[in-house]
Design a binder for this molecule. Structure first.
Ligand code: ZN
Length: 122
């Protein structure tokens, strides 16, 4: 288990993402403003700024993680009070992500028109 600190490029909300495997590329939605965010080698960017071809060409691992809200930020506090549906630190998914799940995500991505279309299927 490793953790990544991610800052949303749009609303600047900070979050710690816990993942159970090394990931080169992660797609997630901002916990606060719900913008689709791409994390790639230490850089975060909004997904709609990224060309689909760049993503399809990469050998990638799509990892579904869970967001652990930043304990010290006001945004995280208000988010917890307003719309938290699970305990901090509790995984969103009740089962570990398998190789099959990752393969399915890759297939979905391949047949999606663009990244937003892909994200809607998740
Ligand atoms: Zn955001």
């Amino acid at each position: 288990m490793s953790s990544l600190r991610i800052q949303c490029p749009k609303c600047q909300a900070k979050a710690e993402l816990s993942i159970d495997a090394e990931a080169e590329m992660i797609l997630l939605n901002c916990f606060k403003c719900k913008s689709p965010i791409l994390y790639f080698h230490g850089e975060t960017t909004l997904v709609d700024e990224v060309e689909m071809g760049k993503i399809q060409g990469e050998s990638m691992k799509a990892i579904e993680g869970f967001l652990k809200t930043h304990p010290n930020s006001d945004e995280a506090e208000s988010f917890k009070n307003n719309s938290q549906t699970h305990e901090v630190g509790e995984p969103v998914s009740d089962h570990p992500i398998s190789e099959e799940d990752i393969a399915d995500l890759k297939i979905d991505l391949h047949y999606s028109e663009d990244v937003l279309d892909f994200l809607k299927k998740i």
